[in-house]
Design a protein. Structure first.
Length: 228
């Protein structure tokens, strides 16, 4: 009997190691987006973070309007290293004037995201953002929290060897532009009901914020390359 119990425990432990990312709503919390997150490949012991990932860079051309974008590969993911600047038919905005779009890109509502990314690229999920954060050594037990997490935001700012180059492009909400030079807001494709998961970077703050927002807001977008 003891031998059978030991075999069963080993099978269950193996399942925990090999299962893909699972997001489980926490029904005991008042916030509908509050979750417990278990990611395949995370190091359970935060005292021994993974080594810094290899980084490669390059450029590609969006065939829709011939704009050229830089990309960066961090670990196994390839991300745009600039904010998307493609003009959709509706619901994309330039912060106050056209002077900003070449630097900061455009701001998009959630409803146009499926039209936004170039062919071969897609809007990153909440889990894909967390995988990027894992590469940058965000601790395992902080990944699924809401609000500010970790102290790794500066690793994605200009001048860092990762080449991600976050710029504080602000955001758009209720017919107002705000936050340019002070904050950066980025979409994910993950929604639990009405609130959508987003990432926020704030000038002078080391944490990466994992928050939610309404679908009508205008945020920046970094597409990630398809891997299927």
């Amino acid at each position: 009997m003891k031998k059978r119990l030991l075999i069963l425990c080993l099978i269950l432990l193996a399942g925990c190691v090999t299962n893909p990312a699972v997001i489980k709503p926490d029904k005991n919390k008042g916030i509908p987006f509050s979750t417990n997150v278990y990611l395949n490949g995370w190091t359970v012991n935060p005292a021994h973070p993974p080594a810094a990932p290899s980084v490669t860079t390059g450029e590609f051309t969006d065939e829709r309007d011939n704009q050229v974008y830089k990309w960066v590969k961090i670990g196994t993911q390839t991300w745009m290293a600039q904010n998307l600047n493609y003009k959709t038919a509706t619901n994309s905005w330039v912060y106050n004037t056209d002077d900003h779009h070449n630097l900061y890109g455009r701001l998009y509502s959630f409803d146009v995201l499926l039209q936004a990314c170039p062919k071969g690229w897609h809007v990153p999920t909440d889990t894909e953002w967390m995988q990027l954060e894992k590469y940058l050594c965000l601790k395992y037990d902080e990944a699924g929290l809401l609000g500010s997490r970790g102290d790794i935001a500066d690793k994605l700012l200009p001048g860092n060897s990762n080449g991600f180059n976050i710029l504080y492009g602000g955001w758009y909400n209720n017919n107002n532009f705000t936050g340019i030079g002070k904050s950066a807001y980025f979409w994910t494709s993950t929604g639990y009901g009405q609130p959508i998961a987003i990432r926020v970077f704030k000038k002078g703050k080391q944490g990466i914020y994992r928050n939610t927002i309404n679908r009508e807001a205008g945020l920046s977008l970094r597409c990630v390359k398809d891997y299927w």
